[in-house]
Design a protein around this ligand. Structure first.
Ligand code: 5GP
Length: 201
């Protein structure tokens, strides 16, 4: 049975990556689609694991060949989701998470309609989010201020998503996300481990 396509968006510094890491350690049958990006790797990021880091020419060629399910210019860099990679993993029966921005989410919703589930995560406050972005220590002051400005714009799309999670405490956010995933599997006649449900005779 095919897996579920799950869009997850959140303004930078919301804590999405930490929530997803925790969810993945607790939940079977889930995987990430590794995006392509023209952004430079941050320290510690690995090619093929965090992103496929590509140059502008490669990205443009893939875009022209219609290899992306969706793509967007986010904070001045290009990001795209490989159609082939997503389909392959869905066919393997895995639930595929797309960690994409609001522009990409709009494109996937248009292409996949009812076939995808979308979740938006928001920070408990702007002050907290700014603190997290600064604390992360990976971006310049200029990048942080651009990301904060974009975050307020991205919030306008929150109502288009199926679910909204306010990331107040990590444990509760992970529990909420896990509950959503399990509910989705049950809706499509699956068990909580993602496998087809065997009905009692
Ligand atoms: P970061 O540079 O912090 O890794 O990601 C910046 C933003 O780009 C995040 O909001 C992330 O969700 C988004 N993003 C990452 N990969 C993709 C992608 O393939 N497509 C789109 N549309 N957005 C992406």
């Amino acid at each position: 049975m095919k897996g579920n396509l799950i869009i997850i968006s959140a303004p930078s510094g919301t804590g999405k990556t930490t929530i997803l890491k925790n969810l993945f350690t607790q939940t079977k049958g889930v995987t990430f689609s590794v995006s392509h990006t023209t952004r430079a790797p941050r320290s510690g990021e690995k090619n093929g694991i965090d992103y496929h880091f590509v140059d502008q020419e490669t990205f443009a060629r893939m875009r022209a060949n219609n290899e992306f399910l969706e793509w967007a210019d986010v904070h001045g860099n290009f990001y795209g989701t490989s159609r082939e990679e997503v389909n392959r993993r869905l066919e393997q029966g895995l639930d595929v998470f797309l960690d994409i921005d609001v522009q990409g989410a709009r494109q996937v919703r248009e292409a996949a309609g009812q076939e995808c589930l979308s979740i938006f995560i928001v920070p408990p406050s702007w002050e907290e989010q700014e603190k997290r972005l600064i604390g992360r220590g990976t971006d310049s002051a200029q990048t942080i201020s651009l990301r904060l400005r974009n975050a307020k714009k991205e919030m306008e799309d929150a109502g288009l998503y199926d679910y909204l999670i306010v990331n107040d405490t990590l444990d509760e956010s992970v529990a909420a996300l896990r509950a959503i995933i399990i509910a989705q599997r049950c809706r499509t006649r699956r068990g909580p481990d993602g496998q087809p449900l065997v009905l009692p005779r």
